[in-house]
Design a protein around this ligand. Structure first.
Ligand SMILES: [Zn+2]
Length: 384
């Protein structure tokens, strides 16, 4: 309200205040949409707004509820009440309290920790208000379960962590038929894990088990909690040129990208944090004081070598089912590949923006073939 008022005064000096009378009525903020993403340990609620707003929050214990009073000059909401199927929330209510306030009530199933933050417009996303409802008990359980897996693993067993890219607010690349990268990579990821787990000497896990967002750094952390011996991030490529096709494999580069195209791709994959709305919980990303830099460099060197070896194996195998975009692996600064303590590669299975590749990616047979190929490469990597 204040800024609009100032704008009017300023423009009045210029003598064009009359023109402003009309647009002023549309200067308010509208809550356009409400989306909800359920992760095992939290639910994320996202409000799409046509502009920035202010809010005041409060919560109550019985019944458990989280309330936000939203203020934004002229404020209205297109959504009113939504019943939802979710582990944390039963209903979302938006109530207009006069012309400048809207009350948001999240009816919870249990007491939850909340975390509210704004995301600025980015690419095709508008202003967003994000509310994370965190189930602290479940969060702890998930973490303990991962660590337990690491502890009970039989001697000689290799742990493989498959990371389906994107998720939730971040759809990844989108095909001409609106196929979303986040959906395809989850499907293939599930198949790879299933195939790998048929081997006694391998245990495979997913970083993401549904349609929700995980920040890139947290994916590495999940890998580490499982005690990963290998980490494979799954993606489908996207291009403005609908004719570009093929598979490619990427590794981290510690000294600049191998080429401009690899750099652009890494930048694009790294924006996942911005699109998906990474709110980094500081404790999770603090540097481990027990790791010294020399040791870290040694680990990184060894992981790098192993990553490159795996990338070569995957390329050899993948070319039997899909044309390669490049005959060799490429390297760039991918955040998700930055674990110093285990080898990691990123696979762009095909181009979702190409009609034929999109058709293949949607096809169960191709997904199976891709999963079988990747699991074969991973097994080969452990038994060279
Ligand atoms: Zn991707």
């Amino acid at each position: 309200m204040g800024t609009n008022f100032l704008k009017i005064i300023f423009l009045s000096f210029l003598g064009i205040s009359i023109f402003l009378l009309q647009p002023l009525t549309v200067l308010g903020v509208t809550i356009m949409d409400v989306r909800l993403w359920a992760a095992p340990d939290h639910t994320r609620i996202v409000l799409d707004l046509t502009g920035p707003i202010q809010y005041e929050s409060s919560s109550q214990e019985s019944p458990p509820q989280f309330q936000l009073e939203l203020k934004g000059g002229l404020l209205k909401t297109l959504k009113k009440e939504m019943e939802v199927k979710d582990p944390c929330v039963t209903k979302i209510s938006l109530i207009e309290l006069g012309k400048d306030r809207v009350k948001l009530i999240l009816h919870q199933k249990k007491p939850l920790k909340t975390n509210v933050f704004f995301l600025k417009p980015y690419q095709d996303k508008t202003h967003r208000l994000v509310i994370d409802l965190i189930d602290v008990v479940q969060e702890k359980k998930e973490l303990e379960e991962r660590q337990r897996q690491k502890e009970i693993k039989p001697k000689g067993t290799k742990i493989v962590v498959i990371d389906p890219g994107h998720g939730g607010e971040d759809p990844g690349a989108v095909g001409p038929k609106k196929t979303m990268e986040k959906e395809i990579v989850l499907k293939v990821g599930e198949k790879v894990v299933h195939l790998l787990n048929q081997n006694k000497e391998i245990q495979a896990f997913l970083t993401r088990k549904g349609d929700y967002f995980i920040p890139l750094e947290e994916r590495i952390k999940i890998g580490r909690e499982y005690g990963a011996d290998l980490f494979v991030s799954l993606h489908t490529d996207g291009s403005f040129n609908p004719l570009v096709r093929g598979s490619s494999v990427y590794c981290l580069s510690l000294s600049g990208a191998t080429d401009q195209a690899a750099k652009i791709l890494a930048d694009k994959e790294n924006t996942s944090n911005i699109l998906g709305g990474a709110f980094l919980r500081p404790a999770a990303f603090a540097k481990d004081p027990n790791l010294n830099q020399i040791l870290l460099d040694l680990m990184q060197n060894n992981s790098m070598k192993e990553s490159l070896r795996l990338a070569e194996t995957i390329l050899e195998d993948i070319k039997t089912i899909n044309p390669l975009k490049y005959p060799s692996y490429r390297q760039a600064n991918f955040i998700v590949l930055k674990a110093p303590d285990f080898p990691s590669v990123l696979v762009e299975m095909a181009f979702i923006t190409n009609k034929e590749d999109e058709r293949l990616l949607n096809h169960n047979d191709f997904q199976e073939k891709m999963a079988r190929t990747l699991s074969t490469s991973i097994k080969k990597h452990f038994k060279p």
